[in-house]
Structure formats: structure tokens, C-alpha cells
Design a binder for this molecule. Structure first.
Ligand SMILES: *Cc1c(COP(=O)(O)O)cnc(C)c1O
Length: 390
């Protein structure tokens, strides 16, 4: 199946004896064996099939098969949340004494895992500026095992050069791990540029409707065997219900992303012309420093827009408090447009100087464009911007 949409819709488990058209939900924790020999060969992984839902189940199998068909990877493991996927992708490969090189601009909880949790187990890290190629090279040490990044980054929407990082990883025999949550497999496939591990929070655009948590780690058969070995024992598994829901969501990912991106581009253009806004960051605008790179490695500019209110913290607060329809929420990638203020929410655990380091200023607002009518989104932004500066 060639087309993205066809792969997203027609990748499905075999029909049961009930001849269902849409995949059923397998709400069962374990599966029965025909005989002792079948049990032995399933546990020995000589044959494949469901054993116990902490390992896999038909719904997570379908979700993973579909994601692999969309990302161009061989195998994967579905997790209960995006953070379970991020943590699994790190903990399955890194040991005491190993070193990780990561871009500075990453999701708040991933930052906490890298700087607070992994060091307790003797895993060191070096942070580098997203686009400073020399810094990425300099940061590699004899004990470096992995390069880690997000592109577009959260929340500043910086674009990292995936081809450069993939080549750097290959030249130094390092694992290259990319959190592809913001782009989704529709906009960008990091495995094409040499990513060994592609991690997702399915909670965001993949679910797309703000209903459930989920995540996935994708990669080669060999790397996912390591991930699966770790995850089967430690238990970050996705529930069959969430896997069913998220597999259904993937069926509409392409049409939803097209509209998210269109609304985001129009909103970014609108914000660029507002006097209350000092700058706008959107990878699909020529004013974005990563515009050319985004054109090369992404299909469209994505569903998020970041901007800075000229009036700083005080205008930021007034702006958020003036919004009517647009939700104040800690999520993104929903049908509903959401505004967030990273300095007081997702990145509030960072000290102000740490926030400045990762490019989060007091007036930074991030908008996740939903699927409402563009005119209603712009009308709400218009009145909130006017009040923010009065
Ligand atoms: C939300 C998010 C995560 C974490 O995912 P959860 O599903 O909330 O655990 C990781 N990375 C990025 C970029 C995210 O936006």
C-alpha cells in the first residue's frame, strides 16, 4: 500500500470468525494456549502471538504495525504514555557510566528524567544548543551512547537538522533517538535520516481529540527486541482499549494534520502583523530560521505556533485571562485550540535562568491550533491581544 492515508486506514488485524469490519477491542489480560508445546514455543519466542497483555495484545499489535507502516520502521512497542516511551527508550539502552548528548529544548518531563533521574543511576548527560553543529560534535565523549532530540522542539519550535545528526550518530556508532511527537509520522519520518529510535507521545496529535494517553518506541527489529525485553519485565504497557482508540485515530491523522497545519500557518501570519506581538515562531513561515530545513524534512509546518508578547509576563497573564473560546490547558494536538504559558506550567520546575537557557521567556505563549473554524480562532486571539496591552 503506497499512500499514507491507505496505510493508516487499511493496516488491520485479521478478521475474527465474526467478520467484523472495524477492529474489535480485546479486553483480556491473558490468552490461552492450545497445549504445552504452544505455550513453550510462544515463551521461547519461536512463534509469535499474544501471551499476556503486559507483553502485547492484538490491539497494540495493530497500533504498532500501523505506526511502523507510517514511520518506515520495522517494529515497535506501545506504552501507556509518551513519557513511558521516552523513559523506556533511554533506560533500555543506557547503563551506569554511559553518557547521553541531548538538545537543550525538550519536553519538561524528559528534561527531568535526563537531569534528575538518570544521573542517580550513573548516567551522565551533556546539553547542546539545538542548531549549534560544532557543539553536538564537541559534546561526544568516549562513553557517549546516544544522541537525543525533538524536532520541532518544545516549546520554542526550533528545527534540528536530522540528516546532520543521523550522520553524526552513524560516524560515532551512537544510537540516535528522536521524539517525533510534534511532527507526527505524517509530517516527518526521522528513520529516513538515520534515527535508530523514534519515540512518540500518542496523547497529542495521534489521538488528536484530547481523550487518552499513549506512546510508542519504534525502530529496527534488533533495537526493539532490546526495548521489548526491558518493557516486558518493567510493565509500561498500553491498555487494549487505548490501543484500539489510538489505532482508530491514526485513520484520520492525515486529514486532521492538514487542517491543523493550515490553521497554524494562517494564525502565524495573522500574529506577525499584530503590534502586541514582538516575534512569532512557526516553521512554515519564511521568517523562521529553520524554514528551509523544515521544507526539506517536514511535509508542512506543524500545528503549533509560539509567540512573544511585547509586554512580557504581565501581558502574558492578561492575554491568557482574556481568552474566551481558546482553552487554557496543558495539552496540545487536540481538536480544540489550546494556549499555554510554559514559564508558569510545563517548565515551572526549572529555575528562571534554566528557562532562559532553553529559550523560554516570561512572555512566551504557545498555541496548539485546533480544528475549529479559523475565523473564530482569530476573533478570540484578536480580542485577547487587544486587552493584553491595555
Ligand atoms: C507530551 C509530550 C511528551 C510526553 O507524553 P505523555 O503522553 O504526556 O506522557 C513527550 N514529548 C513531547 C514533545 C510531548 O509533547
Amino acid at each position: 500500500m503506497k499512500g499514507f492515508e491507505t496505510r493508516a486506514i487499511r493496516t488491520q488485524q485479521d478478521r475474527s470468525q465474526n467478520r467484523e469490519h472495524s477492529a474489535p477491542i480485546y479486553m483480556t489480560s491473558s490468552y490461552v494456549f492450545d497445549d504445552a508445546e504452544q505455550a513453550r514455543s510462544l515463551f521461547a519466542e519461536e512463534t509469535s502471538g499474544p501471551i499476556y497483555s503486559r507483553y502485547s495484545n492484538p490491539n497494540t499489535d495493530e497500533f504498532i504495525e500501523k505506526l511502523c507502516a507510517l514511520e518506515g520502521t520495522e517494529d515497535g512497542f506501545a506504552t501507556a504514555s509518551g513519557m513511558a516511551a521516552m523513559f523506556t527508550s533511554l533506560a533500555a539502552f543506557l547503563s551506569a557510566g554511559d553518557h547521553l548528548v541531548a538538545s537543550k529544548s525538550i519536553f519538561g518531563s524528559t528534561h527531568q528524567v535526563i537531569t534528575k533521574i538518570l544521573p542517580r543511576w550513573g548516567i551522565e548527560y551533556t546539553y547542546v544548543d539545538c542548531s549549534d553543529k560544532q557543539a553536538w560534535k564537541r559534546a561526544i565523549q568516549p562513553n557517549t551512547k546516544m544522541l537525543y532530540c525533538e524536532s520541532p522542539s518544545n516549546p520554542g519550535l526550533e528545527i534540528l537538522d536530522l540528516e546532520f545528526l543521523g550522520t553524526l550518530a552513524r560516524n560515532h556508532s551512537l544510537l540516535f533517538n528522536v521524539d517525533n511527537c510534534f511532527a507526527t509520522p505524517y509530517l516527518q519520518n526521522p528513520a529516513e535520516y538515520g534515527a535508530h529510535l523514534v519515540t512518540h507521545s500518542a496523547t497529542k496529535f495521534i489521538d488528536g481529540q484530547g481523550r487518552s494517553l499513549g506512546g510508542a518506541v519504534l525502530g529496527s527489529k534488533e533495537h526493539i527486541a532490546t526495548v521489548r525485553g526491558f518493557a516486558r519485565q518493567t510493565g509500561p504497557a498500553m491498555s487494549p482499549f487505548n490501543a484500539w482508540l489510538l489505532s482508530k485515530s491514526l485513520e484520520t491523522l492525515a486529514v486532521r494534520m492538514d487542517r491543523h497545519c493550515q490553521n497554524a500557518l494562517e494564525t502565524a501570519r495573522y500574529l506577525e502583523n499584530r503590534p502586541e506581538v514582538s516575534w512569532v515562531s512557526y516553521p512554515g513561515l519564511p521568517s523562521h530560521p529553520g524554514f528551509e530545513l523544515a521544507k526539506k524534512q517536514m511535509r508542512l509546518g506543524g500545528g503549533l505556533v509560539a509567540f512573544e508578547l511585547a509586554g512580557g509576563l504581565e501581558s502574558g497573564r492578561r492575554f491568557l485571562d482574556s481568552l474566551g473560546m481558546i482553552s487554557l490547558s496543558a495539552n496540545l494536538g487536540d481538536t480544540r485550540t489550546i494556549a499555554t504559558h510554559p514559564a508558569s506550567t510545563t517548565h515551572s520546575k526549572l529555575k528562571p535562568e534554566e528557562r532562559a537557557e532553553v529559550g523560554i521567556s516570561d512572555g512566551l505563549v504557545r498555541i496548539s491550533l485546533g480544528l475549529e473554524s479559523l475565523e473564530d480562532i482569530l476573533e478570540d486571539l484578536d480580542q485577547a491581544l487587544t486587552r493584553s496591552s491595555s
